[in-house]
Ligand binder design. Structure first.
Ligand code: CO8
Length: 260
């Protein structure tokens, strides 16, 4: 599928999606959000894809936010529709049955920070900057930032970022637990690919169930969440990968997972 604002590459079971509007620092307009939706629906349906890397074009930005020029004159109904479209994209990424790694190569602000938050794992170049600057524009985050940020880094730390609109650098993001790892910018995509390849070599069904158990379990009470985990654990025993993984261990050889 061809996109106006995205580049998509697939190799060795890893899809790399690049938001490609560098002249606007990859800001998310309605067309780009629609393309992200179509792109991730396609990746979900493509059994050859076992992990996804999401990044931004150019050396300056991952995504510098929702497109301010496109938002400025919206009325409340249109603003809500725009926010809901963003939520659809974030939800799709968060619940994709494959792991999604954000490779944050510069500014990740507002909707860009929210896009990174919807991913499973975040790697950052040491030039990355994170922030939720919406209060500087007289609005609040609209693509899940008030919800995913406190769930990831805690309520107090999230509120400081949300109330001040301040930007933080990659080192501070690492300290807060907002990113998993910081690397030199030139090594960012390779580091993300190494991680993606490592995960892609595991049983894809088990990885998908792990993701579902973490995401859904965190929304439940502990006893219900543990039951949810037990049911997902049991489901693994209906797969060839469980037999292969345990046989391989006992036969002292590497497992060869099929994803079934
Ligand atoms: N939207 C539209 N255009 C943008 C955006 C953006 N978010 N960010 C940068 N651009 C454009 C600039 O306008 C500029 O365009 P031009 O060359 O035509 O003037 C170009 O990108 C380059 O930007 P700068 O010249 O500003 O580059 P600097 O290096 O000087 O500054 C910054 C880089 C600090 C990243 C600066 O561009 C900036 O502050 N950008 C805005 C960041 C921001 O406020 N993001 C949050 C937006 S709000 C949001 O995301 C809410 C999400 C929920 C929406 C809910 C829907 C209702």
């Amino acid at each position: 599928m061809e996109f106006n604002n995205l580049l998509v590459e697939k190799s060795d079971g890893i899809a790399t999606v690049t938001v490609n509007r560098p002249r606007a620092l990859n800001a998310l307009n309605e067309e780009t959000l629609g393309e992200l939706l179509a792109c991730f629906e396609g990746l979900e349906a493509d059994a050859s894809v076992r992990a996804v890397i999401l990044t931004g074009a150019g050396e300056k930005a991952f995504v510098a936010g929702a497109d301010i020029a496109a938002m400025k004159d919206l009325d409340a109904v249109a603003a809500r529709d725009f926010a809901l479209l963003g939520h659809q994209v974030m939800h799709l990424i968060e619940h994709l049955s494959k792991p999604v790694i954000a490779a944050v190569n510069g500014f990740a602000l507002g909707g860009g920070c929210e896009l990174a938050l919807a991913c499973d794992i975040r790697f950052a170049g040491d030039n990355a900057r994170f922030g939720q600057p919406e209060v500087n524009l007289g609005v609040i985050p609209g693509f899940g930032g008030t919800q995913r940020l406190p769930r990831l880094i805690g309520k107090g730390r999230a509120k400081e970022l949300l109330f001040t609109g301040d930007m933080i650098d990659a080192g501070e993001a690492l300290r807060l637990g907002l990113v998993n790892r910081v690397v030199p910018p030139a090594e960012l995509l390779d580091a993300a690919r190494v991680l993606a390849a490592k995960i892609a070599a595991k049983g894809a069904f088990a990885v998908a169930l792990c993701k579902e158990a973490v995401n859904n379990g965190l929304e439940m009470e502990m006893d219900k969440a543990c039951r949810f985990e037990a049911d997902h654990f049991a489901l693994c025993f209906a797969t060839a990968d469980q037999k292969e993984g345990m046989s391989a261990f006992l036969e002292k050889r590497p497992a060869n997972f099929s994803g079934r």
